[in-house]
Write a protein that binds this ligand. Sequence first.
Ligand code: AMP
Ligand code: MG
Length: 411
Amino acid sequence: MTRPPLLSLDDALPQLLAQARALTGVQSVSTFEADGRVLAQDVTAALQVPPQDNSSMDGYAIRVADCAQEGAVLRVTQRIPAGTHGTQLHAGEAARIFTGAPIPPGADAVVMQEDCEALEGDQVKVNKAVPVGQWIRRSGEDVTRGATVLSKGTRLSPAELGLAASIGLAQLQVSARPRVALFSTGDELVMPGDVAPEAMLAGAIYNSNRFFLRAMLQRLGCEVTDLGIVPDKRDATIAALRDAAQHHDLILTSGGVSVGEEDHIKPAVESLGELNLWQLAIKPGKPFAYGKVNRDGGACHFMGLPGNPVSSFVTFLLLVRPFVLALQGVTKTDIARTDMTAHFDWPRADKRREFLRVKRNAQGSLDLFPNQSSGVLTSAVWGDGVVDNPAGQTISKGDTVRFISFAEWLA
Ligand code: AMP
Ligand code: MG
């Protein structure tokens, strides 16, 4: 049997993303609830932020011309705490002002209170000459009226929620959550809690993929239906897939995508739609499947991940993550690679592009986890990211490598 050539990730990913047409549903959600959601339309400011020129210090609003000499004495004619506004400031006058309060008309600078001395009565001595504009936050310096402050396709994070609130938006229009049906395959799988460690039968292992896949999908804004473990039987697999396709945008499975006798995913999906089994030139993670499961009036996306936990973890991040983001209309789905220095040797180049689990050390370079096997999930916990190492590339201590941070990748 001749083996098909391996497909590079750079060829596979665009093919996959070409299938990920953004879902059409739009939802209006409270800005409080919008963390992690994707904007379905541009957000435009209906006002300036800040709305007026205001003070960035507690102190005195003055006219610079009155204070050319250090030690000028002015009469304090008004007091402007934040939330109020003052009146015209005339020559020889100062206004007691607090952070965030609007600058009164006529004033052109603020002197901080540390540089002033309150005198008897209503007098203040200004001990420092300041330039025009000192300690004034200008109207619109954050946001100008009419500006597009957030664009459609942006994945919202806490800073974006604050910015949307700063222009008065209590509700945001976001893309519908992709509905994802998740299931694991494999008769060896046992759920934690169902069987105690000491009672595990020979050959049984706990289902770990289900836990991280579900959590990763949820972090990416998906609504997950967890269908549990499907037995390694053709009929059961077909029934589970047919059912899931009715009410979901994507079916995601782990395990069973190699082409062994016990792997029923391929024939099951083929009997209900179409399937492409890819042998990707990546390590961990070679087998990967993309297809469609037909349903009344359409089809549901299907993605099959390899069963080995680290393969499943890495292929999810490389392929499923951008896919479910694209379903939500996210415009930027790629992940940043940062140049960093290797503090390890990797003398055996692999034919496949490798994703090596590494951790930043105190010197700011990268240490390598000693066991890079695709079944060793401790590598992903120990590591704080991966080195994206090109096919055929050895690494020597001191070399520059491309690092992907889990903190960003899993966010
Ligand atoms: P498969 O891709 O089904 O051939 O599985 C490859 C390896 O991954 C086997 O050792 C499986 O036991 C293991 N595996 C498959 N699914 C899971 C899972 N959900 N959790 C942990 N290990 C799994
Ligand atoms: Mg299996």
